[in-house]
Design a protein around this ligand. Structure first.
Ligand SMILES: [Zn+2]
Ligand SMILES: [Zn+2]
Length: 735
């Protein structure tokens, strides 16, 4: 891309200055112009350090100058950083996302360079190798170190000490004696190369066919989108691993995106089993050091496969040749804060810009994806059967009107019976409730006061094990009060409704002999705790599992035969656009936990509306019929994916100020073909983190220029400093 060499030999005559635009990771409208000092060799995509007011900042040379600033007022680029330049495709991608999500390009760039220090040289570390010199005095401790080092590999003093089981002082003694000689290695340990044919899986006929089709697209090259559609346990992972193997054989890079919650040690082990080593990982838990290491290795191409959460999409790939989006229907791919992007949709854009295939995998594809399949935009690869001996579980509803639980309890007699039956056969049972804590509401029996969050328009959730009340929106916590904060009555506060902790308490009372595991993000802090809990279940150290959606993800529990959904109606309550779709996806996934090995599984949905289409579709296993019905409703009403939405939230500490701006905006929106504006209306969460919130919803026909419309509309008013305007294109949250 555009070589802009400053002319070294232009000393005579009027000097012609080279000017480029540099994008900085800031929420400003666009790049700024900077002068290229004579003698500096600058290309588009180079990382540079430039002055900005009193500061210095790292930015990326974005393109030719805008010419908005007179040459005499231009500041020069201070330094060109010695790093792999950002590719043209990566820059195009950032501009594309900025335009689509209506975000400043610098805010998107910030996502792409979020590994502080990654642009600095990696540095070196000293390691030691055994040589022929033997120390004059040999001790048993020293013998151990020599024995470790005898394989010829270079190690740090700490590694040698750990492997030999001695102190580092012993190792240093051998260094001083000349037995270990120092060498220098890059500070970043290199990523091992996954081996395409290390351990290929034996595939079923359907798997082999699907794998062959994706491989063919990888070999052929160019953009293509596939939906890999198969029930839980049908072996989608083995299929897309074949596509990854093909990309590796071509020497290119692959990205596997997973919802953060599904990025487990179990998945990484599967990858290792197939390819002989672990991939590079990218998620919110990485240390700053590891972030830098991954970022650099992705940039120079030495990390060939990245398995990561949504932000892995923005890593500086040297030669990306494939993206897999596993569990593509997951809401976790949507980022709601800052730049509101959907990593699933942006993966398709990235593949299209980069000219390579993308594979979306799911057992319950999103309606957005299915519509693209129906219209022929995506290839549809179907894996119909469960891989191996298991069959799909039988799903039934328990009508809670006919089989009510005891007062103050939530598990109905038929479900209690099913659990008892499973336990008597030495099998396991799981109860699912997607609600953390003990009780979602604490109420005063004397005055009716409900304890709410002081910062948000929401009730505090009781967490009995931690003995506190917590706001699940802002993180506010307080000890559980002994007296009512409103009327002062003692011992009058009662817990209303169940969370998983309360279900666990009920189960302990009903099955005092059974060994119980409670799995929620509160009880499982970090991946290690998660993995240990999984191991206990697999090794049958646990009889009954009670959990939130953390248990819904693809774990294999061979003895688990009964799954009970405590409140199947829960997700339908909030009534947003995707309530039915999401409830179906979540419950289908939970149901898929039952009977994954030789023992058939049974799933019980506790519901007060078993006739609801979602329950009926789950019971009858009619996924496609359900999706077609949903699609019909959305098409009739013009909602996504048949139309488009943009959510706009105004928020600020002063409600009068927020409302005044909302009224002003409400008067300003013009008429445009195919676009309608709803609002202003108080947001369902009218107070969040101390900020008052008002919403607009813009609904547009497909193809209507909704971004231009909203940009023009918002530009008509002056937004006070204290009020924030958040724009969410294709929103998933309507709170
Ligand atoms: Zn009270
Ligand atoms: Zn709160």
């Amino acid at each position: 891309m555009g070589q802009l060499k400053a002319d070294l030999f232009n000393d005579e005559g009027p000097q012609k200055q080279t000017v480029v635009s540099v994008l900085l990771p800031l929420s400003v409208p666009g790049p700024y112009d900077y002068a290229v000092p004579h003698g500096m060799d600058i290309q588009h995509g180079d990382f540079v350090i430039v002055p900005l007011g009193p500061r210095e900042m790292t930015g990326v040379v974005w393109g030719d100058a805008s010419g908005e600033v007179g040459h005499n007022r231009l500041k020069p680029i201070q330094e060109k950083i010695d790093a792999v330049p950002m590719s043209g495709v990566a820059r195009q991608f950032i501009d594309w996302i900025a335009g689509y999500t209506m975000s400043p390009p610098g805010a998107v760039l910030r996502l792409a360079i979020r590994a502080p220090g990654a642009l600095e040289p990696a540095g070196t570390r000293t390691v030691y190798r055994l040589c022929d010199v033997r120390p004059s005095r040999m001790t048993p401790m020293r013998e151990k170190v020599v024995a470790v080092a005898e394989d010829g590999f270079a190690r740090s003093t700490r590694e040698l000490a750990e492997e030999a089981g001695v102190s580092t002082a012993v190792v240093r003694g051998l260094v001083d004696a000349g037995t270990l000689e120092p060498t220098t290695l890059p500070a970043d340990a290199p990523f091992p190369s996954p081996v395409p044919d290390f351990n290929p899986a034996s595939l079923s006929a359907e798997q082999a066919l699907a794998a062959k089709q994706i491989r063919a697209r990888v070999i052929q090259g160019g953009y293509a989108a596939h939906l890999l559609d198969g029930v839980t346990g049908s072996g989608k992972t083995e299929v897309y691993f074949e596509a990854v193997a093909e990309v590796l054989a071509q020497g290119r890079q692959a990205l596997i995106l997973l919802p953060e919650i599904a990025l487990t040690g179990q998945f990484l082990k599967r990858f290792e089993g197939r390819f002989g080593c672990r991939p590079a990982e990218w998620h919110s838990d990485l240390s700053a050091r590891e972030r830098k290491r991954v970022w650099r290795a992705v940039a120079d191409g030495s990390a060939q496969v990245v398995v990561g959460a949504r932000s892995a999409l923005f890593l500086p790939y040297a030669d990306l040749g494939l993206i897999i989006v596993d569990e593509e229907h997951e809401g976790a791919f949507k980022q709601d804060d800052g730049v509101s992007y959907n990593a699933r949709d942006m993966s398709v854009v990235r593949a299209s810009l980069g000219g390579f295939p993308v594979v979306l995998a799911s057992a319950t594809p999103s309606l957005e994806t299915m519509v693209n399949v129906w219209s022929g935009k995506y290839d549809h690869l179907v894996l119909p059967e469960r891989h191996g001996p298991a069959v799909m579980p039988a799903v039934g509803a328990i009508d809670m009107r006919a089989h009510p639980p005891e007062k103050g309890e939530w598990v109905s007699p038929p479900l209690v019976g099913a659990i008892a039956d499973a336990l008597s056969k030495g099998e396991q049972a799981m109860l699912f409730l997607n609600r953390r804590g003990y009780a979602p509401l604490t109420l005063c029996r004397t005055c009716g006061h409900r304890i709410g969050c002081p910062e948000c328009d929401s009730w505090l959730v009781e967490h009995r094990f931690r003995r506190e009340l917590a706001c699940h929106h802002c993180g506010y916590t307080a000890p559980v009060p002994r007296t009512c904060p409103s009327c002062g009555a003692e011992d009058a506060l009662v817990a209303c409704g169940p969370g998983v902790e309360r279900i666990a308490e009920e189960i302990v009372q009903k099955f005092p002999e059974a060994r119980l595991a409670l799995l929620s993000s509160d009880s499982l802090r970090g991946p290690a705790a998660h993995e240990e809990a999984i191991r206990q279940i697999v090794d049958h150290e646990v009889d009954i599992i009670v959990g939130t959606q953390i248990v819904a993800k693809g774990h294999n529990f061979p003895l688990l035969t009964v799954v009970g959904v405590v409140d199947a109606d829960l997700g339908l309550e909030n009534g947003d656009l995707r309530a039915s779709e999401r409830t179906f996806q979540l419950l289908h996934q939970v149901a898929g936990r039952a009977g994954r090995a030789e023992r058939p599984g049974r799933v019980y949905l506790q519901s007060y509306m078993p006739e609801h289409p979602v329950m009926q579709a789950l019971i009858e296993g009619r996924r496609d019929g359900f999706l077609e019905r949903e699609a019909g409703m959305r098409e009739r009403t013009g909602y996504p994916p048949y139309g488009r939405l943009v959510g706009i939230v105004l928020s600020g500490p002063n409600p009068q100020q927020v409302n005044a701006l909302a009224r002003e905006l409400g008067r300003m929106h013009g008429n445009a073909e195919g676009i309608s504006v709803f609002g202003p209306a108080p947001a369902p969460l009218a107070l969040l983190r101390g900020r008052h919130r008002v919403r607009f919803l813009v609904k547009a026909a497909r193809g209507a220029p909704v971004q231009d419309y909203v940009t023009h509309w918002l530009s008509k008013v002056k937004i006070p400093h204290a009020v924030r305007v958040s724009v969410d294109v294709d929103p998933y949250s309507f709170l």
